[in-house]
Design a protein around this ligand. Structure first.
Ligand code: NOJ
Length: 527
């Protein structure tokens, strides 16, 4: 596997730092907490850790509102803590990826404070200001992802400013050369410090239509969906000029050896793949969220894998994501039994897998009362992301071993059974399954470098082979609850089950017909 870069070979693990491990008892996770737990990550077998934002921030959007791009929020620790973490992660053979949030700053960032102080301030053009319409209304119909107009009126200077998210998150003007220069300098600051790359927040948002045209209505909008989706963001996102910026970011990252550029991009496959860059000079990994956004149905999943494989430009490396801090947890979306099938899918498809902290334990969304919502999206439009951000469950100790203080979000009440300590001791646990899957992926080049060939199975089955250097593997997954069978005659071989979602299947021989129980998944080494 020596031909592959680490970000192609490896498994990425996302940490939501507020919720991973709290070292000082203030109820919020921190860098020293992560430091104490890096051994767990190394043993799990992941290769890279991505940490959601840890920069100084008023926390209007829990760190996605940055007020200083080159420092650490004291809540999380210090620059020295981060240096130590980089060192420890590297010593264990892993990589550290930071979140970079270039689309918007906090409204408390010194640039914005200056920009809103007067129309002639030299930082004014760092942001996106427009006059009101003659009737005083906002310059166009664009909506904030978090509800309401994307424009907020500034009394002092008598103009509106644009914010794709909260009013506390004013969008930067990426057409301004000085904005680019400063942001690239911030990237270099972290790369110099030794971090191995970035996950770039809302990369497809960076450039907006120069004429500020109205977005068209979404003909497919259905009542109950987020208000933002009543319009199609045709002019506010995914503009052609964004690719120049993606290329520039890639060049910054490439000034250093072996770093990675990952883009957060929610777009259909046909648009997503353009973020690899016309000449392979864009993001190394434009995040592929198909497994999050699609219905969990064999036909949809199989079709999406095929479409994605076919759409990848030459040389582009695929990737798959099962969960993140913005989405309901996988075990809640599809149930615990199917979450085991999903783990097998994620870790055997072709491409870099990204998993979300706690999903390896089978954590579920924790119900949180509206009065207790922390997340601004929950407070504004009722769609709280808090349930998927609750504390990591380390042990059966008080607060699941996450904190000695009062956790910022409630700990799930199943923590006495669902926790790292217990699951490590149980060979049938979700964690043990994840460990087996990751270990197999690490030891068998076919899962990283091998060809992917779909098998048309029908019904609820998703099946494919991975093949490398004469070694051939079959992955067969039952995405339904009823027993199903897959004929292996077209493969011309039987084999042995090496990993099953149910451990009892391991070591079984299979010949012409492979029988799968409901919610069953197997990985077969073909003869
Ligand atoms: C995407 C991040 O993942 C999400 O948590 C955040 O609220 C928005 N971008 C705004 O930064």
């Amino acid at each position: 596997m020596s031909g592959q870069a680490w970000w192609q070979r490896g498994v990425v693990y996302q940490i939501y730092p507020r919720s991973f491990a709290d070292s000082n008892g203030d109820g919020v996770g921190d860098l020293r907490g992560i430091l104490e737990r890096v051994g767990y990550l190394a043993e799990l077998g992941v290769d890279a850790v991505w940490i959601s934002p840890i920069y100084p921030s008023p926390m209007a959007d829990f760190g996605y509102d940055v007020s200083n791009y080159t420092d650490i929020h004291p809540l999380f620790g210090s620059l020295d803590d981060l240096r130590e973490l980089v060192h420890r992660v590297h010593a264990l053979g892993m990589k550290l990826i930071l979140d970079f949030v270039p689309n918007h700053t906090s409204n408390e960032h010194p640039w914005f404070l200056e920009a809103k102080s007067s129309r002639t301030n030299e930082k004014r053009q760092f942001y996106l200001w427009q006059d009101a319409k003659p009737d005083g209304s906002p310059p166009n119909n664009w909506l904030s992802v978090f509800g309401g107009s994307a424009w907020t009126w500034d009394e002092t200077t008598g103009q509106y400013y644009y914010h794709a998210f909260l009013p506390e998150q004013p969008d930067l003007n990426w057409r301004h050369p000085e904005v680019r220069r400063q942001m690239y300098a911030a990237m270099r600051f972290w790369l110099e410090l030794g971090v191995d790359g970035f996950r770039v927040d809302v990369l497809w948002h960076l450039i907006k239509d120069a004429e500020w045209r109205d977005n068209p209505p979404n003909p497919d909008y259905r009542a109950g969906e987020p208000p933002y989706t009543t319009l199609l963001p045709a002019y506010s996102t995914d503009q052609p000029e964004v690719f120049e910026i993606v290329r520039e970011m890639r060049r910054v990252v490439e000034e250093y050896d072996g770093r990675v550029l990952i883009g957060e991009i929610y777009l259909p496959i046909s648009r997503l793949v353009s973020y690899y860059g016309a000449a392979g000079d864009g993001a190394h990994l434009p995040f592929n969220f198909q497994l999050i956004v699609l219905p969990w149905r064999a036909s949809d999943i199989a079709a999406a894998v095929s479409e994605y494989e076919a759409a990848l430009p030459p040389g582009a490396w695929p990737n798959w994501v099962l969960g993140n801090h913005d989405q309901a947890r996988i075990a809640t979306r599809i149930g615990l039994r199917q979450a085991r099938v999903a783990a097998m899918l994620l870790l055997t498809l072709r491409g870099t897998p990204t998993l979300y902290y706690g999903d390896e334990l089978g954590l579920r969304d924790v119900p949180i009362l509206p009065e207790q919502y922390q997340d601004p999206q929950g407070k504004n439009i009722g769609l709280s992301r808090d349930p998927a951000r609750t504390p990591m469950q380390w042990s059966a100790a008080h607060n699941a071993g996450f904190t000695t203080g009062r956790p910022w979000l409630p700990v799930a009440d199943d923590y006495e059974h669902v926790n790292v300590e217990r699951e490590l001791a149980d060979p049938d646990s979700m964690l043990s399954l994840y460990r087996r899957l990751i270990a197999l992926r690490r030891s068998e080049p076919a899962f990283v470098a091998g060809h992917y060939r779909p098998i048309v199975a029908g019904g609820d089955i998703v099946a494919y082979t991975r093949e490398h250097d004469g070694r051939r593997w079959l992955v067969a997954l039952n995405l339904g609850g009823q027993p199903a069978e897959l004929s292996l005659s077209a493969l011309g071989a039987g084999g042995e089950i090496v990993v099953g979602t149910s451990r009892q299947r391991q070591g079984q021989r299979v010949a012409e017909q492979l029988a799968l129980a409901g919610d069953d998944g197997v990985i077969v080494r073909l003869d």
